[in-house]
Design a protein around this ligand. Structure first.
Ligand code: PHE
Length: 344
């Protein structure tokens, strides 16, 4: 028995010495020291040996496996260092090479304006509308009829509004005012919401007009809401958005769903009011329409106009952005030219 053990030991040492790399060494280790190795099997057989042999053979087996283990460890450490050195030499990194430039994107200028305006109105007590009440694909009923547009109103013409082929009455909304109707149908006063979104008009595209643009609608309905409050809110908005120095003017106007109605102009930043092509030589640019919610609209959504009143406004996001940063062509917002977008 002792001879056999010595023989195994001799063989194992020879194999360890012959191993050329850590992988070969690992194989040798599996052969001589794993659970199924010969030495381990002999250990398992100890219990069948005569009593006086057990301690002798047991001690011998232990000392042999300890010795082999140490030899493995030693050689393994040697290989680890050697192979690591070789790898590091091969994988040398040149830290002086230029890195790769990864450009970082940012929020689109129109989205920046929307976020800024929504924040101003939050500050004034308006909450963001549930987007469910502000769909871009709409039926005529909410975009026109319930907003008190007469049946033959020219805005309903295909010349002005995009209709859906094959789905009668389905349109791309021409204004965010559709969200007024949906909000009022689905909630009771007090209502104080702000509703940003895309709108579409079938118009010829120019420096001032695109057939897709963005609006932000506001609606406030409660008892005793007045025109003075409308002016107060919008003046405060203009002060916060532009800074107090920007000249503004109110003009009386008409919308089917507000009475009385106004439009607000801001002095053209491009020509400082002198008149240029952007403002059609008037020196002013219209930024929003507003007014007191027409009693007919309130009746249509089952809100009693004798008890409640409200105001609404709708502003153009592109116009507001152009005026703040002196952008002279609305199409720049949609061309995705990085030279333009990077300036914001
Ligand atoms: N929806 C109107 C437009 O697109 C603007 C508006 C909104 C006017 C709310 C009055 C009240 O021109």
């Amino acid at each position: 028995m002792e001879n056999k053990i010595e023989q195994i030991k001799k063989e194992a040492i020879e194999c360890i010495n012959n191993a050329q790399n850590s992988k070969m060494l690992e194989e040798v280790k599996n052969k001589y020291l794993s659970r199924n190795s010969e030495i381990n099997n002999l250990k398992k057989g100890l219990k069948d040996l005569p009593n006086e042999q057990k301690p002798v053979i047991g001690a011998l087996l232990n000392s042999v496996s300890n010795e082999l283990n140490n030899l493995f460890e030693e050689k393994n450490n040697y290989f680890y260092k050697k192979e690591l050195d070789e790898r590091l030499l091969k994988e040398k990194i040149d830290v002086t090479l230029d890195g790769e430039y990864i450009p970082q994107g940012h929020v689109h200028p129109l989205t920046q304006t929307v976020n800024e305006i929504v924040e101003i109105f939050n500050h004034l007590g308006f909450s963001l509308i549930n987007p469910q009440y502000s769909p871009e694909v709409e039926v005529e009923k909410y975009n026109f009829d319930m907003l008190n547009f007469p049946k033959e109103h020219p805005a309903k013409d295909m010349q002005d509004t995009f209709y859906c082929e094959g789905a009668e009455n389905v349109i791309l909304r021409s204004q965010t005012s559709n969200s007024q109707v949906r909000q009022m149908l689905n909630s009771r006063p007090p209502i104080k919401v702000i509703s940003p979104g895309r709108v579409y008009r079938n118009e010829s595209v120019s420096a001032r007009k695109n057939n897709l643009f963005h609006q932000i609608e506001g609606l406030y309905v409660d008892k005793n809401v007045t025109m003075a409050q409308l002016k107060g809110v919008l003046n405060e908005f203009i002060r916060l958005y532009f800074g107090s120095s920007r000249p503004t003017r109110y003009r009386s106007s008409f919308f089917p769903f507000t009475e009385p109605s106004v439009e607000i102009d801001v002095q053209c930043i491009m020509c400082q009011g002198k008149g240029c092509s952007v403002c059609s030589k008037t020196g002013w640019l219209e930024i929003l329409g507003a007014g007191m919610v027409d009693p007919n609209v309130l009746k249509g959504v089952d809100i009693d106009p004798d008890v409640y009143s409200g105001f609404a406004f709708g502003m153009g996001v592109e116009r507001l952005t152009m005026l703040k940063y002196a952008v002279d062509d609305i199409r720049l917002f949609f061309n995705n030219d990085e030279r333009f977008l990077k300036q914001f």
